[in-house]
Design a protein around this ligand. Sequence first.
Ligand SMILES: [Zn+2]
Length: 398
Amino acid sequence: MRVHVTLRLGILAMVASTTTAQNDLAERAQQIHAEAFVMDTHTDTTTKFEDPEWDFAERHKEGHVDLPRLREGGYKAVFWAIYMGKTPGDGKAVKTALKRIDSVHEMIRRFPEDLMLATTAAHIRAAAAQNKIACLMGVEGGHIIEDELAVLRMYHKLGVRYMTLTHSFNTNWADSSGTDLPVEPEHNGLSDFGKEVVVEMNRLGMMVDVSHVADSTFWDALEVSQAPLLASHSSCRALADHPRNMSDKMIRAMAKRGGVIQINFYTGYIDPEKISLAVKLRPKIAEIRKKYADDPKKGAQERRRLYRETFSKETPASVVVDHIEHVIKIAGPGHVGLGADWDGVSQVPAGLEDCSKVIYITEEMLERGHDDATIKMVLGGNMLRLMEEVEETAASMR
Ligand SMILES: [Zn+2]
């Protein structure tokens, strides 16, 4: 009898100490998270900003991002993507971009207590000091400048601080990696004008974003750029072999020059099982693209529906931390962060269902034994450092 009582007490003590340890971890995670500059560098919610029916201040069941969930996630800065698909020229891309940029400025005007426009690392720090979320912008796709450096310069004046050199298709001056279908190279990387674009971005202080570009474009950009590069929403090819992800060689080379890769949460990029499933979908995807050639919005919806149906098995959130750890392992802690692709993708991992859950990253990194400094660098510190370096390069080129 006594043996049994002792055993039971022992088990109770063990359970109690495990619970205490978990509470300690959760508490420490909350503290680190609150002190860090939690930042996301690729959020596609921007298109919703133009919809008068959609309320940013409401906590939505759908989608990944709104003001209440950003606050719950403890975000201090967000890069809103100025995103659009393949848009024909003649000012259409510029007009769409201007409307989207305006919608970010309008959102900031409507929520002055919560949001603040930021174009520098110093602005992000200032916003945090006032308990406001710093709003930054990145143009997703070089096609959006319609081959005009003047347009690029105007985007910079309106507050845009990165440009992804391509989206899922080639521009007139840079090759893309493609996303769900392979893309034939046209320029073998960057054309001469493409190289001019990169140098002009350096001079302006706009980060050169290599997410979505072909490997050849990445290597050209690395050679030409005078400032370190950004991959605003890409993951690791060594863990998940997708052309949208970066090889170890690319990550090491970029890191050596001070660049940062911001890990994408899309399960179709980070989970190798889903990458093989997506390859099998290619004929269907090509069919949808053809069918909705004149209605890209509907086409994108249909493609997302197809992926959602195919990716029925959930990917655990720990996979995101595997990608973060992989970069730390091969390039050190100073070159990785978070670019979830919120509201831009059809499926995110279980446990990271929306932006309110981002503290999971902090908890999981703590659990895996990372120190406070490393976790804070990943959550946003590395991006602040990168932005400061890009600002210094621009200042030295004036
Ligand atoms: Zn993207």
